[in-house]
Design a protein around this ligand. Structure first.
Ligand SMILES: Cc1ncc(C[n+]2csc(CCOP(=O)(O)OP(=O)(O)O)c2C)c(N)n1
Length: 926
């Protein structure tokens, strides 16, 4: 954007990149050397013994003073535009505290050995420099960082020749222009849409030129793409003035228009949650920007942004993360209090999850809705959570847009140099209520008295630039008039604005689309593989390289796997899974599996990583399959963060099979926000598809309330509009096919699988080679392997999951020849037509039972009951409704007593099969 009206230009003048290595001063002296120098110098000038000692002591004290400022100077920085924060000068930042007392103390000479760029100075000079560097409008916290290089780098930027915040006159004008635009944008919206919520940036507008600097300097430092995540506050401003979303598009949404063409459907979302993407160019350097849509849940978008960024970095082959930058914008209250923030900081140093540094920008308006900071957090700053990962923190006064821009510039330089997270904490204020219709004086009367008196940033900064002679009187008014005129034109244009197309199947998503018919039926694809491919992959999976010393038990497991390929029989769960991964890799679909202890597998079943018993080196057979990339990651012990991260990956990269595995299915509820807000509803709200797979170990095996249920009922209740798939497979081959199907269709939908525990080693839960090859495919319903002879089914038991095997065993043991047991492998979309076809053949059916292990208020019953009833009615059979066989409603998912579990299980199986005449051991209905 180099032509056009002044608002449309990217005002930033070209800037020479600082040499990253410049400024570090290797000649700095140690304290010992400084003291020696002070003594020498005093001695040369003929000082007495006592005077020599004092000179030495003064230098030591001066160095202590300097160090104290480095550690604590930020406590006296001028940060609060409102001046309401009671921040007294800490005593140890005064020269008196360090022994410089009495008359003339400030004029005493001290040797500094190059610190602060001075060989020698007076105490007064030292204090002046320190106050300027550390107690101005930027306060830096960095002495908690262990790494010396990082500390020295930041020190140089605060103390060295780069310390002064300097911008060229053109740069200053650019900053002011952006401030004007940010302010006028909010004002214009307030005028045109009176009473409409916009969660304005008013009071924090300095963020806009600062983000502009992030893009400009980021581009110069080699960043080609930036992914933004942010909440409500200032979002419309960022969309318009940073992301360059057309003003007319936003106006049209204010007028009730949809963000997407009407025909794409979906629920849509409020405008301050929407995302967008654009390209911005500064000085010929293009940077792609995307803002990820987010729910109201504050900070929930953070891991999604990080996952998306990491996926993009991997797609670019960028292992350091230099080319793609995550930028997260936070509110002060949310940043301090939402636990997901800590989970995300936790990713910053972990292989497989780190993004080479995230830039965090806190819009610290010193209030959260109606809550004042002292009730919103226990720490002095909202940013203290970042110290856990030793991120540097730049506190900055939001009334000084140059200081904020400087902080952003420094942040980018640091991030690109050290590939670590950094935080900017911009102190500002919220000019109006939480939203514009809210009265803030109910709760913060004093603050708002001050705010009403407080001039806007453009006025403060405009006056300063006028005084500096950078702009003439009336310059700001000219900018305001130009920009307002432009907004009026755009406002007119919005009347006839129609979004021309939804952007969701572009770029990495091209070639994919929405399913052209309901995926309920018929959307199966052949996922069987040529036998040769299966054998090739099998060979890699069962060959132990001679130089890898594999644990002897694992050798036996690998031998057993080899025997499966040799005999073509008895493929178990883990081998089927490895085959699904391996064959996809060969078909050029990358695979990423992430979860707690996933490399070995919680149940010691997977063993996707072989650890050399002599040297600890890791051998990962699937990485040898190629050509696509395989990665399996033992994740940090987080659900919310990690699931969000993997979801973020899945929306960026539809050609990778991305799987998240819970340790036990129960733990999935720690990630409920990601499930409700992103996985279930993301496509409907934001037109963002995802092929993410959730593996949730599930099944009633007497392990107690907490290790039994992956809560299928929760997922099933969220199912509508073909938004996702929920399955519980009972054969290794079916698991193999459902995983492969994820990548083999021309659309993507999340897939939730209740995965087994006991079936991992169940003698009957095995598949023959033929079920992986040829025309084989995923079966939504699995037939009875031992159906009643002559097809005379009197009782049909429908179920899902491992219960089937227990029912088979009980039925066969009882010699029951009239009961058929059919497995529903995919619960949603419910395979109603396929069920109907089977029912139609059971003309003598007398009873249809739904059997489940879960209590009646949980599991599948509520989901399947009406669906089965519908098909029974369509089939015109004698039974009109399914009968329930299972545990009675219960508050807790399962009993903790093994005996009671066994009794309950036996009772429900007998019930399901109609074998029990005595009252069952079930508890009474609740
Ligand atoms: C997880 C979550 N809890 C509660 C809310 C309701 N809520 C919306 S904004 C807000 C205050 C946010 O304060 P802060 O983070 O300081 O941002 P600000 O609005 O001041 O910019 C709250 C509590 C929410 N959106 N998300």
């Amino acid at each position: 954007m180099s032509e056009g009206p002044s608002w449309a230009r990217d005002h930033w003048p070209p800037d020479e990149l600082d040499d990253l290595n410049a400024g570090l001063d290797p000649t700095r002296m140690t304290i010992e050397a400084v003291v020696a120098k002070a003594k020498d110098s005093a001695a040369v000038s003929g000082a007495s013994e006592a005077e020599i000692e004092r000179a030495a002591n003064d230098s030591i004290c001066a160095m202590m003073l300097i160090r104290t400022y480095r550690v604590r100077g930020h406590l006296a920085a001028d940060l609060d535009p409102l001046g309401l924060t009671q921040r007294e000068m800490p005593a140890d930042l005064t020269p008196e505290f360090h022994g410089f007392t009495g008359e003339g103390a400030l004029d005493r000479p001290v040797w500094l050995g190059g610190a602060l760029g001075l060989e020698k100075g007076t105490v007064r000079e030292v204090v002046e420099i320190l106050r300027r560097n550390y107690c101005g409008r930027v306060g830096l916290e960095y002495m908690h960082i262990n790494d010396l290089d990082e500390r020295r780098f930041l020190q140089e930027r605060m103390e060295g020749k780069h310390a002064a915040i300097t911008f060229t006159p053109e740069g200053k004008k650019s900053i002011l222009t952006k401030v004007v635009q940010a302010e006028q944008w909010e004002k214009f919206l307030a005028r045109k849409y009176v009473g409409t919520k916009r969660f304005g940036l008013d009071g924090g507008e300095a963020m806009v030129p600062a983000l502009e600097a992030v893009i400009k300097y980021g581009g110069q430092y080699g960043i080609v793409s930036m992914v933004f995540g942010m909440a409500h506050r200032g979002r419309l401003n960022v969309l318009a003035n940073v992301m360059a979303k057309p003003y007319r598009a936003i106006f049209s949404e204010f007028a009730g228009g949809s963000a997407n063409p009407e025909d794409v459907g979906g629920s849509g979302d409020v405008k301050y949650h929407l995302g967008t993407s654009s390209d911005r160019e500064f000085d010929g350097i293009k940077v792609h920007l995307s803002l990820v849509p987010n729910p109201s849940h504050l900070e929930a978008v953070d891991p999604v942004v990080l996952g998306k960024v990491r996926a993009q970095q991997i797609a670019r082959g960028d292992r350091e993360g230099d080319s793609v930058l995550p930028v997260l914008l936070h509110g002060d209250a949310a940043f301090a209090a939402q636990g997901i923030v800590s989970e995300c900081f936790g990713f910053s140093g972990i292989p497989g999850y780190n993004t080479g540094g995230c830039l965090h920008f806190v819009i610290n308006n010193q209030v959260g809705f109606t809550t004042s900071p002292q009730f919103g957090r226990s720490s002095p700053y909202p940013s203290d959570v970042a110290k856990a990962v030793q991120a540097p923190i730049l506190h900055v006064n939001g009334d000084d847009p140059e200081a904020v821009t400087f902080a952003c510039k420094l942040a980018i330089e640091y991030r690109q140099r050290f590939n670590r997270d950094i935080v900017i904490d911009m102190w500002c204020y919220r000019r109006f209520g939480h939203n514009e219709g809210d009265e803030p004086s109910f709760t913060q009367p004093l603050m708002y008295k001050e705010i009403r008196r407080h001039p806007p940033i453009s006025q403060i900064y405009g006056a300063r630039l006028e005084q500096e002679g950078v702009i003439e009187k009336g310059w700001v008014e000219g900018e305001v008039a130009d920009f307002t005129a432009l907004l009026e034109t755009e406002f007119e244009a919005a009347m006839s604005y129609l979004p021309n197309k939804a952007d969701w199947f572009e770029g990495a998503w091209s070639g994919l689309g929405r399913p052209d018919e309901a995926i309920t039926e018929r959307r199966n694809v052949a996922t069987g593989c040529p036998e040769e491919l299966v054998r090739e992959v099998g060979n890699i999976l069962t060959t132990i390289p001679p130089d890898v010393a594999v644990h002897k038990t694992l050798v036996r497991i690998i031998d057993a796997r080899r025997a499966m390929f040799e005999s073509g029989e008895g493929f178990d769960w883990a081998t089927a899974e490895a085959l699904a991964f391996g064959t996809l890799l060969r078909e050029n679909h990358a695979v990423r599996l992430s979860g707690q202890d996933s490399a070995r597998g919680t149940f010691s079943q997977r063993h996707s990583v072989w650890v050399d018993q002599e040297n600890g080196a890791k051998y990962i057979p699937l990485t040898r399959v190629g050509p696509a990339r395989f990665e399996v990651r033992d994740s940090p012990l987080s659900e919310f963060g990690v699931l969000g991260f993997e979801y973020g990956w899945s929306i960026a990269d539809p050609q990778t099979l991305v799987l998240w595995e819970a340790q036990f299915g129960d733990f999935v509820n720690g990630a409920q926000v990601i499930i409700d807000q992103f996985i279930a509803a993301g496509e409907a709200k934001w037109l963002r598809a995802s092929g993410l797979v959730l593996l949730l170990p599930h099944g009633y095996e007497g392990q107690g309330p907490e290790h039994s249920s992956g809560r299928p009922e929760r997922f099933l209740q969220l199912c509508a509009d073909d938004n996702m798939q929920v399955a519980n497979c009972t054969t290794p081959a079916n698991y193999f096919h459902i995983l492969r199907r994820q990548m083999h269709r021309d659309f993507r939908k999340p897939l939730v699988i209740m995965t087994p525990k006991s079936l991992l080693r169940h003698k009957k839960a095995v598949s023959p080679l033929a079920d992986f090859t040829g025309e084989s495919h995923f079966m939504r319903i699995l037939s009875d392997p031992n159906p009643p002879k002559g097809g005379d089914v009197k009782r049909l038991v429908l179920c899902t999951g491992k219960l089937a095997y227990e029912l088979f065993e009980a039925r066969d043991k009882a010699g029951d020849a009239s009961t058929s047991i059919v497995r529903i492998e995919q619960l949603y979309p419910f395979p109603g037509e396929a069920l109907l076809a089977r029912l139609k053949r059971m003309t003598n059916l007398e009873d249809l039972v739904w059997a489940q292990e879960e209590p009646k208020n949980q599991g599948y019953w509520s989901h399947v009951e009406p669906r089965i009833e519908r098909r029974l009615s369509e089939a015109g059979l004698k039974p009109k409704r399914p009968i329930y066989a299972g545990r009675e409603p219960a508050a807790s998912p399962a009993t903790g007593l093994a005996k009671r579990h066994a009794a309950e299980q036996a009772a429900l199986i007998a019930d399901a099969l109609g074998h029990s005449s005595a009252p069952t051991a079930r508890r009474k209905a609740g």
